[in-house]
Design a protein around this ligand. Structure first.
Ligand SMILES: Cc1cc2nc3c(=O)[nH]c(=O)nc-3n(C[C@H](O)[C@H](O)[C@H](O)COP(=O)(O)O)c2cc1C
Length: 373
């Protein structure tokens, strides 16, 4: 799902206080397998020295339009031509104004006029500067010209005030780069994804749950959003950040997840049920904390609703994708589940070994579809 690996990215840095965040942004891009060339404005060099970006990118940093490039090439034209994408982060009010007017008086702004690949701008500045009508007009113009504008975050700013204007954190910028470079083939489609575990209360402080981290469902929700879908993510309790531009509905128990999913399926084109929903809940959860009594404790459990089956039975030309985590007879169990739940695709996860299921960043799965059964 990483469409950055192997890409030539130009990272433009202008003279804003958030230039220090571009160091981490560069590291993330390089870690994802991109080849990154950095172009800085003269003023950006007052915030972070070019040597830092040279060392981390493994390439010379371009600051001066008239310094000599490799061989006989004209560097800003060569880099612009070879770029698969350009990001300017931080983008100062000054650079935004110059780009909106087609001014090309330094290496960065001149290169931008020669770029034909997708271009992203990450405005970063004081709130009053950001809300200034001239700045907003310039951003509108850049948006009309096809620039991908990443909205700044809101919060504490370096100037001591609080408001809109913070440069988004580097992982968010990398995520938006994935969005910018993805095809729009799910535009106009609504996708519902479930993720994470559920929690079934025993008493006010204890619950029954499972090891689901939510990573698979969150990654699928992000991938659908990158391809232009309108995504709702119904999530059990997890410890990972929400995907950008996805409507997240937080739930705790299987019953809450069932209500949240079943009330949102109308008009949805694709339903991907990744959540590890508890099969059982405690019949009578205690109202106050259960104390040790010296004897054992027996909990009576009752079955939860089967959300995947209900979705499979109710569906109306929707594509429903189920997930199965199995410890034995992977394909046999997955095929049985595919038929029983009336779904189109069943992804069968083997819960075994390193790098597979529960909490790993990688996974091994087999896909079973109606057509191969
Ligand atoms: C300490 C300091 C912090 C600044 N931070 C920002 C900023 O975050 N955003 C911005 O648009 N301008 C900021 N400026 C103003 C720009 O540096 C100034 O407009 C400059 O002309 C930008 O040049 P450049 O766009 O060529 O890099 C800051 C200036 C100073 C002195």
């Amino acid at each position: 799902m990483n469409n950055i690996s192997g890409k030539n990215i130009v990272l433009g840095i202008s003279g804003g206080i958030a230039a220090y965040k571009s160091v981490e942004l560069l590291r993330l891009l390089v870690r994802q397998g991109a080849s990154v060339r950095v172009v800085m404005t003269r003023n950006a060099c007052s915030f972070v020295p070019p040597l830092t970006f040279k060392a981390l990118s493994g390439h010379e940093v371009c600051v001066d339009l008239f310094e000599e490039g490799s061989g006989t090439s004209i560097r800003h034209i060569e880099w612009a031509t070879e770029a698969d994408a350009v990001i300017i982060a931080p983008a100062t009010a000054n650079v935004i104004g110059k780009l909106a007017c087609g001014i090309a008086d330094d290496a960065l702004t001149t290169l931008m006029l020669a770029v034909t690949s997708p271009r992203m701008i990450c405005p970063s500045m004081n709130t009053n500067m950001y809300e200034n009508l001239v700045l907003q007009r310039n951003l509108d113009r850049l948006s009309d010209d096809g620039y991908f504008i990443v909205e700044p975050g809101t919060g504490e700013l370096a100037c001591g005030t609080s408001g809109a204007g913070r440069m988004p954190e580097p992982p968010v910028i990398v995520d938006r780069l994935c969005r910018m470079l993805s095809p729009d083939d799910l535009a106009g489609r609504k996708v519902l994804v479930t993720a994470g575990p559920t929690r079934e209360p025993i008493d006010p402080v204890r619950f029954i749950s499972n090891h689901s981290s939510g990573k698979m469902g969150y990654a699928l929700a992000a991938a659908a959003e990158h391809r232009g879908a309108d995504v709702v993510l119904v999530s059990g309790p997890v410890c990972i950040p929400p995907p950008v531009n996805v409507d997240v509905v937080n739930v705790q128990s299987a019953e809450e997840m069932a209500s949240a999913v079943l009330s949102r399926t109308d008009g949805v084109h694709i339903i991907i049920m990744v959540a590890a929903v508890g099969d059982y809940r405690v019949s009578n959860p205690a109202d106050s904390k259960i104390k040790k009594s010296g004897a054992g404790l027996v909990l009576e459990l009752q079955e939860n609703r089967d959300i995947l089956k209900e979705v499979g039975n109710r569906k109306d030309r929707q594509v429903v994708v189920g997930f199965a985590a199995e410890t034995d007879d992977l394909v046999k169990n997955a095929r049985a589940k595919l038929l029983k739940k009336n779904v189109e695709i069943l992804v069968a996860n083997m819960v075994a070994g390193k790098g597979s299921a529960f909490g790993a960043d990688t996974n091994q799965a087999q896909q079973t579809t109606l057509f191969t059964v």
